[in-house]
Design a protein around this ligand. Structure first.
Ligand code: FE2
Length: 234
């Protein structure tokens, strides 16, 4: 997967807040699907969300999720440009041939529950890297580089097999620009969260069961900081 699209941006939020947003997917039907066709957005909002699987391998972790249907079950669910280019947020609809894998075969680490409508697995490599593999046969990496307590550089790269023709190239480009739009939606809410935290009015966040990976991240960071402080004190 040598065809790469990359984005880099300074985000006005602590690096951990951005990881928090990518370590759970239940915000997606509410925050992101507002952009979908209205009937589809309303339907998804009504479903609610639960992940398929969580795995903690300290200090790392992963979450497995459904979703990411490509192509969609009903073509009316998506916008005209997606129908024309056969692509969208979840990637190009036509699965590429991948060396070493038979059709529909996955590398052993993926879709640990063997769920029929599995969509993506997200691996959080402590401290600052995410690897997100999508069912349609491509993947994303994120890196988070803290520059201040309330700022970081966010880098995202999308990896595809090289396109064989102009249509495949356009399908990849649509996935890449759609991804950017969704990342902006995430960044927007996170900068708002940072502003709220910065006031120190709110000092505690209740985390639900689905935020298992968030609890793991913050516990691990706390342990690292404590270890450093203890060592510095000696
Ligand atoms: Fe998001």
């Amino acid at each position: 997967m040598t065809e790469v699209y990359s984005y880099r941006a300074e985000i006005g939020a602590n690096w951990k807040l951005f990881i928090d947003a990518f370590a759970e997917f239940y915000h997606a039907p509410i925050l992101h699907m507002k952009q979908a066709v209205k009937d589809e957005a309303d339907k998804l909002a009504g479903y609610g969300y639960e992940a398929l699987h969580y795995d903690l391998q300290p200090p790392h972790s992963m979450i497995s999720s459904w979703g990411g249907m490509a192509p969609p079950k009903d073509l009316n669910m998506v916008k005209p440009i997606e129908r024309v280019l056969r692509s969208g947020l979840f990637g190009p609809w036509d699965q590429p041939d991948i060396d070493g894998l038979a059709d529909d075969q996955l590398p052993t680490a993926l879709n640990p529950t063997g769920f029929h409508s599995w969509g993506q697995d997200s691996f959080e490599f402590f401290p600052n890297m995410t690897l997100l593999v999508w069912k349609p046969g491509w993947y994303l990496t994120y890196a988070y580089w803290p520059t201040a307590v309330d700022k970081h550089i966010f880098e995202a790269s999308l990896y595809f097999v090289p396109p064989k023709n102009a249509r495949e190239r356009l399908a990849q480009e649509l996935a890449a620009v759609t991804f950017k739009e969704y990342a902006l939606q995430d960044a927007n809410t996170l900068e708002a969260t940072q502003t709220m935290i910065g006031t120190r009015t709110v000092t505690e966040f209740p985390l639900c069961d689905q935020e298992l990976l968030l609890r793991h991240l913050h516990k691990t960071v706390g342990d690292y900081v404590k270890e450093y402080r203890d060592a510095s004190a000696n």
